[in-house]
Design a protein around this ligand. Structure first.
Ligand SMILES: C[S@@+](CC[C@H](N)C(=O)[O-])C[C@H]1O[C@@H](n2cnc3c(N)ncnc32)[C@H](O)[C@@H]1O
Length: 347
């Protein structure tokens, strides 16, 4: 039986989630207006189904409900849902609007290889597939400003649901990790600004994380954000170059694969599966793929037309389930709104 106190706590978390969706949706309006004014977006084709608003709302309600259940079950702490300080948020939003204008001009003029002078040295020796303005964002992944704006930008893009999707999908992995009696060694590939890493570190006291990330500014940002934790080792490199003599209990990534060409996706799966101990887990979160949920196919087809995501069209046609089962025993998949997770075991 739920106590009165529990019900109040659950309702407050629910309200935080809905307020977040409302806030980021409102924040997306000026950006959509800039894109409309500059006629930057491609025409919608195919059109969303007539009932898509209702569908989105239903899916969102289910996701928020699951999030509260996960908190209640102790899978992750409630503090992960708390909003940041308003002043910090507003200051960042102002910068983000200026950046949205620059990104829209890049989109309009189909420019996706524009880097400022101070980021040029970082590009040296990087693979061609990475040297680009993903999402048309300024400096791609290669400036500290880009790292600062990343989380807020992606929340606006997904109308306040990206952190929610990550948490809800990660619950399955966290349940496995929490159940283990001995320390769990985790390899995170493409940790970015440390969004998923924070969830792992705050939910699982029994872990050691190796965080592999090729962008130095993003890695530094994550390091700063996660400075209270000493059970994390940072490696500034592409996963293709990563060497380790020790094996892992878990290999994990979040929103990595859709930004990799197919051959690199294959390399990441095969190389990472060789780094797993016996009975270890390979767990990955990313965008939905074609026909995972037919109702959302229109959104997946439209996305790479409006954002610089050159590998996405191939990504949605190449199921992660197939790639992961080349080397490991595919175990399960789950969906959360526009994202999914796949899990395989090294039996
Ligand atoms: C879309 S971001 C996702 C970041 C973070 N995991 C999250 O959930 O928000 C993709 C990240 O993968 C990193 N990345 C791209 N190619 C990589 C590679 N070959 N090896 C490791 N990381 C890579 C990028 O630098 C970027 O930080």
């Amino acid at each position: 039986m739920q106590t009165y106190k529990n019900r109040i706590e659950d309702t407050s978390l629910q309200l935080i989630n809905y307020a977040r969706v409302a806030l980021y949706t409102v924040e997306s309006f000026p950006i959509l207006a800039i894109k409309k004014l500059l006629k930057a977006n491609a025409p919608m084709d195919p059109m969303p189904p007539e009932n898509h608003q209702k569908l989105l709302k239903q899916t969102l309600d289910g996701l928020i409900e699951q999030d509260i259940v996960n908190v209640r079950q102790g899978l992750y702490p409630r503090e992960l849902l708390y909003p940041e300080k308003p002043q910090k948020h507003i200051c960042r939003y102002k910068e983000l609007l200026i950046d949205a204008l620059k990104a829209t001009l890049r989109q309009k003029n189909k420019k996706h290889k524009e880097f400022s002078e101070h980021t040029e040295p970082l590009l040296k020796d990087m693979p061609e597939y990475y040297k680009r303005n993903f999402h048309y964002q300024t400096d791609g992944y290669l400036s500290s400003k880009s790292a600062e704006l990343y989380s807020h930008q992606t929340e606006i893009l997904f109308k306040g649901t990206i952190a929610l999707m990550r948490r809800v999908l990660m619950a399955e992995l966290i349940r496995h990790i929490q159940a283990r009696k001995t320390p769990v060694r985790i390899l995170e590939i493409g940790g970015g600004a440390g969004e998923a890493t924070e969830i792992l570190l705050k939910s699982c006291p029994n872990i050691e994380v190796v965080f592999v990330e090729p962008s130095k500014p993003y890695m530094e940002f994550a390091k700063n954000k996660l400075s209270e934790f000493n059970n994390i080792e940072y490696v500034n490199d592409f996963f293709e170059n990563y060497q380790s003599r020790k094996k892992f209990d878990v290999v994990f990534s979040s929103f990595l694969f859709h930004e990799l060409p197919l051959e690199v996706r294959r390399t990441v799966f095969s190389k990472s599966s060789k780094l797993l101990k016996k009975n270890a887990i390979s767990f990955h979160i990313d965008s939905l793929q074609l026909n995972d949920n037919q109702e959302f196919n229109w959104a997946l087809i439209q996305f790479p037309k409006d954002f610089h995501e050159p590998f996405y069209a191939n990504y949605i046609k190449t199921p992660l389930e197939e790639l992961i089962s080349n080397d490991l025993s595919f175990n399960s998949n789950q969906q959360a709104f526009l994202s999914k997770s796949v899990m395989a075991l090294n039996l």
